[in-house]
Structure formats: C-alpha cells, structure tokens
Design a protein around this ligand. Structure first.
Ligand SMILES: [Zn+2]
Length: 294
C-alpha cells in the first residue's frame, strides 16, 4: 500500500521563474512536482509527497508564511496482490466516460419497487440504448456518464467462458434504430446491504428524504474506503458482481421519463474480476478495496 499526499496551490502569474524555482527549492520538492500549468492568470501546481514525508510540515509552513492558500488530497494505492486478498473490490474505469446510458435514449425501467419520489432503485428491464457514435472505436471496455460498464463482444464472450457466478451480460442496442450492437452491459443481479458507518471518503448531500438512498458523493480530500460488517451480509450466493445499496449522484424523476436521472450504485466485484482483466491485458480498469469486518 502506498499513501501519497498531493498538495495543490496557485501562485500569481506575475511570480518570476527564479522566484518560483526558489520556492520549490525551499520546499525541498523539486522531485515531488507532478503537475504545473498556467490557468488563466494564475499558475496552478500540484506536488506529490509520501504522506509521512518530513518535508510536508516545512511545505505547509512556507505556504502559510507566503500567504498562499492550498489544499491537500490523500491517495492510497494498493498492489494487485493486496487487492486479490480481499473479498470484494470496487471496479471502475479510469477513462473519460462515453455518452449517456440511463433513461435518456428510451431504456426502460421497472419503477414498482423504486422510490416514488426520486426513482432510486428502479430496475432496468430493457436493453441499454446508447448512441452508437458514442462508443469507442478502439478498446474493449468503456463506462457511460451514467456509470454503466460496457464490454465489447469479444471480451464479454471471454468473461462468460471463464467466470461463473451471478451476473448478466446484456446486449446493448442502438438508440438510433434499436439494432443490437457488439457491446454488452455488465449487470449485477444483487445488491449489497448498506455499508457500515466505518466507511470513509463518502459524503451525503441533497439526499432524497423518502428513500435516503441517493445523494452519495466522493470527497476530493479523502480516499473512498467502503466497509461492510460481515454480519450484515446475508447474500444467498457469492455473486461475482454486486451493486452497492447506496447510489451516487442525485436521482430526479421527470416527465417524460427519458429526462429523468437515476443515481448509480457502485459496482462491486470479486477479486477474480481483477485477475481476469489483468490476464487479458485490459487497460485502465481500476480496482479499489472493500473491507469486510467481523
Ligand atoms: Zn428517493
């Protein structure tokens, strides 16, 4: 596990290069500079340190003395072998989302057991309709803005062959003429219990008062770390993929329904999904740990 602390700040564009080089030298962070660019009239910089680097106190003192405001962000990175030892992982893509899924292009949902006020908990009943032009020309996996994870046909076939366990790979259809596409949506068939209060790096904002299930967000400063109590987990089978009970974003039911937005659960997977993705050299798929206590 590697813990990095990123320190971000801006300095006036009028600062000379020599003065800035001097500042970096004083901060003892020449090698820690990971990011710097001109943004408008100010220079925005990000420095990376190990979170117990003794230089950090010095950096904070210097920034304070120079009256430069800054923010800090902690990042925790786990090795594959650490992740493979856990029960579940969060799977996501470190790529720019492609197009929109959700109800926008006519995908149908069963709202019977969903929240009547906001729609959270709606179950997708039809194929996902997406604009074919939104799908990547290269690459075998992508994620929409509404967080559906899509696998190209050849990768979906390999996953079906090599993995057994509760999940569905549902063929994606074109929003334009409803023809089937060579992409499949990875769908979890079960939902985890609510996560434990020990979970960190997740905040609640503008949550629906009826269902208390949407309105979850990541925080920019603290890494997301989901924790479950083993006693709460009464899953009948050990699913290879599962949705979180909590949904990220704010759900809104609108008329027509295609204008609605449904907050998205996170997709949890068994670590064998990590092995599968690595074995087939699928790039940019990210995995975060989920901790089960008790
Ligand atoms: Zn609701």
């Amino acid at each position: 596990m590697r813990r990095n602390l990123y320190v971000s700040f801006m300095i006036p564009a009028s600062t000379s290069k020599d003065a800035f080089d001097g500042l970096l030298l004083e901060m003892n962070c020449r090698s820690a500079l990971v990011y710097g660019r001109l943004v408008g009239r100010t220079n925005s910089y990000e420095l990376r340190y190990s979170d117990h680097d003794p230089s950090l106190d010095l950096v904070r003192r210097i920034l304070q003395r120079k009256e430069i405001s800054w923010s800090e962000r902690l990042e925790v990175r786990y090795s594959d072998s650490e992740l493979l030892a856990l029960s579940y992982l969060i799977m996501g893509l470190g790529t720019v989302p492609v197009g929109y899924g959700g109800p926008r292009y006519g995908t149908e949902y069963d709202l019977e057991n969903a929240c009547r006020k906001c729609g959270t908990g709606a179950i997708q009943t039809s194929p996902l309709f997406v604009r074919p032009s939104d799908l990547p020309k290269r690459g075998v996996i992508c994620q929409t803005h509404s967080c559906e994870i899509l696998l190209r046909g050849d990768l979906a076939a390999l996953l079906t062959q090599e993995q057994s366990g509760e999940m569905e790979l549902r063929r994606v259809h074109a929003s334009t003429d409803h023809r089937p596409l060579d992409w499949f949506q990875l769908i979890a068939l079960c939902t985890m219990p609510p996560f434990s209060e020990s979970t960190t790096g997740v905040v609640i904002s503008d949550q629906c008062p009826e269902c208390n299930r949407d309105g979850y967000f990541d925080t920019p400063t603290t890494p997301r770390q989901l924790v479950y109590c083993r006693n709460d987990m009464n899953l009948s089978a050990e699913p290879i993929v599962a949705n979180t009970h909590e949904c990220f974003g704010i759900s809104r039911l609108q008329e027509p329904f295609s204008k609605s937005f449904l907050a998205s659960p996170l997709l949890l997977v068994k670590p064998q999904m990590l092995s599968f993705m690595r074995r087939h050299r699928v790039a940019r798929v990210g995995f975060e740990p989920v901790f089960v206590l008790g």
